[in-house]
Design a protein around this ligand. Structure first.
Ligand SMILES: Cc1cc2nc3c(=O)[nH]c(=O)nc-3n(C[C@H](O)[C@H](O)[C@H](O)COP(=O)(O)O)c2cc1C
Length: 188
C-alpha cells in the first residue's frame, strides 16, 4: 500500500512561497509513489484560540476535521513561513486547537502517530530556518511528535523557483532531496 502523506502550507496568502514549496513537495512525493493529500488550511475556518470558546462551545468542527486528517496519515509535511523568528499565527492557532481534542486518540493520534517533516520559504536570507526550529520545539517538546532531522529551508524565495515550480539554487535543492529521501525511508 502506498504511504499516506499530508502536505500543507501555513500561509493563506495569494502567491505564497510556502504554498509553492508545499506544491513541489506534494508533486515529488506523488512521483515517488506516495498517496498525497494536499490540504488547504483556508478550508478550515477556525477562530483564534480562546479558552472561553472552548469552555462554552467545545472545540470547533474544523479542528476536529484537521485532527482526523492528522491521525489518518503516515507523515505530515508542513511548509511553515517564519514570522518574527517564530511560526506563523495561522499555524500556532491550528496546532493549539488540534492539541485540545481528547477524543479519537487525542494528541497521541494526531501528533505522535504521523512523522513530521518541515520546510520553510522566505524572501529573507535565513530561509525561515529559525521559525523551523521554533516549530520543531513546539512539536517535539510539547506535542510529542517525531520530527525528521532533515528539513528544507528556501532563502530568497522570490527568486528560488523556476517556471516549472522547481527549486533553482543548489543548497535548497540538496536539502529538499535529503528531506524527501528521509520521508520515503521512514514511511516505506
Ligand atoms: C509580521 C511579519 C513578520 C515576519 N517575520 C519574518 C522573519 O522573522 N523572518 C523571515 O524570514 N521573514 C519574515 N517575514 C516575511 C515572511 O517570511 C514573508 O512575508 C513570506 O513571504 C511569508 O510566507 P508566504 O510567502 O508563504 O506567505 C515576516 C512577515 C511578517 C508579515
Amino acid at each position: 500500500m502506498p504511504s499516506k502523506i499530508l502536505v500543507f502550507a501555513a500561509s493563506l496568502r495569494t502567491g505564497s512561497f510556502n504554498a509553492c514549496l508545499a506544491d513541489l513537495v506534494a508533486w515529488r512525493l506523488e512521483e515517488d509513489g506516495a498517496s498525497v493529500t494536499r490540504l488547504d488550511l483556508g478550508a478550515y475556518d477556525l477562530p483564534i484560540y480562546h479558552g472561553d470558546i472552548e469552555a462554552n462551545d467545545g472545540v470547533p468542527e474544523p479542528a476536529m476535521k484537521l485532527h482526523e486528517q492528522f491521525r489518518n496519515h503516515d507523515a505530515i509535511f508542513i511548509a511553515s513561513p517564519e514570522y518574527n523568528a517564530n511560526v506563523s499565527p495561522l499555524l500556532a492557532n491550528v496546532l493549539a486547537w488540534v492539541s485540545r481534542i481528547p477524543e479519537n486518540g487525542g494528541m497521541a493520534a494526531a501528533f505522535g502517530q504521523p512523522v513530521f517533516a518541515l520546510g520553510s520559504a522566505s524572501p529573507g536570507g535565513f530561509g525561515g530556518y529559525r521559525g523551523l526550529m521554533a516549530l520543531r520545539n513546539m512539536l517535539e517538546l510539547q506535542l510529542g511528535a517525531r520530527v525528521l532531522t532533515a528539513m528544507v529551508s528556501v532563502p530568497q524565495a522570490h527568486e528560488a523557483f523556476d517556471e516549472g515550480g522547481n527549486l533553482v539554487a543548489p543548497f535548497p535543492k540538496k536539502m529538499l532531496e535529503g528531506m524527501l529521501a528521509s520521508i520515503t525511508e521512514v514511511t516505506r
